[in-house]
Design a binder for this molecule. Structure first.
Ligand SMILES: [Zn+2]
Length: 349
């Protein structure tokens, strides 16, 4: 089956993030079997979705991982002019949800499978397909936890996120949280009897914004744009009517951290501000939405050289968005990454 036909099959599964993965997993497994390769299905704790993994080539040698996520973001935008889950060709372009991010990469890896399966590989190639990446990399940590029982410690991993075929060697880490403040409702004419949750949250948000400004003073990593960690309040919700004291307010905050800083610990000052509201009679809650560590630049690695040769393009140092690569690299550097205080590094380019 050629790569376009495989892509058409993959696009045909509306494998939207947060949904059960059985249909697409079953198809990939069946396809692999026809290539003589048995992909392992590794169910996650949710019970209805799975990661997939296989080693092609010698198991006792260290090799490279080709890694991608099987799910896509929802395709509910009204701008879709045709069924987003039917692959459509228009000239030299292919349309459909996930053609680029990132079923295209999965299709390329799967199209190569029959040839890989009969090659006399000196080093193994591993395929690692994950679920719920778009929901803050929920699936891949389970896959990475299982890796030591599946293969020798890999030499490196290629995460097939869209980057115009230019290898990206580093990205920021990220943590997102929802803050919740619960006060006491009442009629606005008796403000003395209520506890206004919106007012209380406004105080926390003002402090968070000021704290976000202070992150611009460093630590810096000149590989990134911007070269410092950043923070924003993205969503705020609370209140029902102008004459009702709002008893509940939530705010979603994210932080994007340069390598060397653990994203969740950057949120600690905000957490302290939130919990200080309890002294004024409010109830508060801190809900972690997602988090993944940064991927620090790896220079001069064999993988970087290999990718430069294969793509004919110099590798690009850093992106401010995130991928599963932070987890993949973190498996071997986790303690280092999580506990180290920031040390300035010489910028490479
Ligand atoms: Zn992606």
């Amino acid at each position: 089956m050629n790569v376009e036909k495989i892509l058409a099959r993959l696009i045909g599964f509306p494998s939207v993030v947060g949904m059960p993965t059985d249909p697409i997993v079953d198809w990939i497994r069946g396809y692999s079997q026809t290539a003589g390769v048995e992909m392992s299905v590794l169910p996650g704790p949710e019970g209805d979705r799975s990661n997939m993994f296989v080693t092609i080539g010698p198991r006792e040698v260290r090799g490279y991982i080709l890694s991608g996520h099987m799910e896509v973001v929802p395709a509910s935008e009204p701008e879709w002019s045709a069924d987003p889950f039917v692959l459509r060709r228009d000239g030299d372009r292919l349309y459909g949800r996930g053609t680029t991010d990132m079923k295209g990469f999965l299709a390329c890896a799967l199209a190569a499978l029959p040839r890989l399966a009969v090659m006399n590989l000196q080093r193994p190639i591993h395929l690692a397909f994950s679920y719920d990446e778009e929901a803050g990399c929920r699936g891949v940590p389970h896959l990475i936890a299982a890796l030591p029982s599946l293969c020798e410690k890999p030499l490196g991993a290629v995460i097939g996120e869209p980057s115009r075929m230019q290898a990206v060697r580093a990205h920021k880490g990220k943590a997102a949280v929802r803050l919740e403040v619960i006060g006491r409702s009442g009629h606005s004419s008796r403000s003395d009897l209520g506890l206004n949750a919106v007012h209380a949250m406004a105080g926390v948000i003002t402090q968070a914004a000021a704290y976000g400004q202070s992150l611009m003073e460093g630590p810096f990593d000149r590989n990134f744009a911007p070269p410092y960690s950043s923070l924003q309040v993205g969503v705020i919700a609370g209140g029902q009517a102008v004459n009702i004291i709002p008893d509940r307010c939530t705010a979603d905050i994210e932080v994007r951290a340069v390598p060397g800083l653990y994203p969740s610990s950057l949120l600690e000052p905000i957490r302290a501000q939130l919990f200080a509201l309890r002294d004024s009679g409010f109830e508060v809650a801190w809900h972690e939405l997602s988090a993944y560590p940064a991927l620090a630049p790896a220079e001069g690695s064999e993988l970087t050289t290999l990718l430069t040769e294969l793509t004919g393009q110099e590798s690009f140092v850093a992106m401010s968005y995130g991928t599963e690569a932070g987890f993949s690299a973190g498996r071997h550097r986790r303690d280092h990454l999580w506990t180290r205080r920031y040390q300035p590094r010489p910028s490479s380019r």
